[in-house]
Design a protein around this ligand. Sequence first.
Ligand SMILES: [Zn+2]
Length: 264
Amino acid sequence: MLHTLKGLVLRETPVSDNSKYINILTAERGRISVLVRGALRLRGPHTGATQIFCYSEFVIYEHNDKYTLNDSSLIENYFHLCEDFDKMTVGTYILNTVEYISNEEQPEPQMLRLALNTLWALTHYKDKDLRLIKGVYEMRLAFLAGFAPNIVNCQCCGHGVESERLYLNVMEGTMLCRHCSDTSFKPVHLENDREVDDMRTAQIIISLAPASVLAMQHALYADMSKLFSFVLADELLPEFSSACEKYLENHVDHHFQVLDMLVW
Ligand SMILES: [Zn+2]
């Protein structure tokens, strides 16, 4: 049976006899693996559309729950990312995270759109800090994966983000204002403020400025077309980026090694 699907190439894995498997993320079938015959020839028919960072249309043959590529045509590639080491690293991180988190053989239209929008933003927004793009992507991905935090109000007193500092409880996905945090007797591990309780049994609590929390709210709830259309003060970019990364990694319980290549 033949299917025509659009997909983003997440990974290429060479196999014997001049072929490779590609993992692609599609809207209709989520993540699937497709055999590309003759792929390793320099001028093979599919070379231009089946490399990582390619978004392409694929005609695939399905037989016994396995897919083989029949035809391919490139829609867009994001190869320009590779001209900048940090952009290439964040781009690779995007491919790695959606590959890890997306479902196999289940529709993933929102996750595909988020990945494509973020790759587009990385490629085209010259004045956006990479930490902002990466953090927004991580929070929205957490939302799509079903573990969005509730950071609109303080969990305890119900106030919004008026407090001068706010405290994100990573695993509970909740937030406390400064006052409620001060009166709470729970042992805490403040990742940013370096206050670590003696027991080492603490929860992961991240101290954040109100503007960083508002940026997270934007990442969670903004229309996809306006996802990156806001600014955050330069001095808050490190805590915003770090908090979003910790939130995602702790909820999927996986460290993405490609991030170790970033030195910001
Ligand atoms: Zn409170």
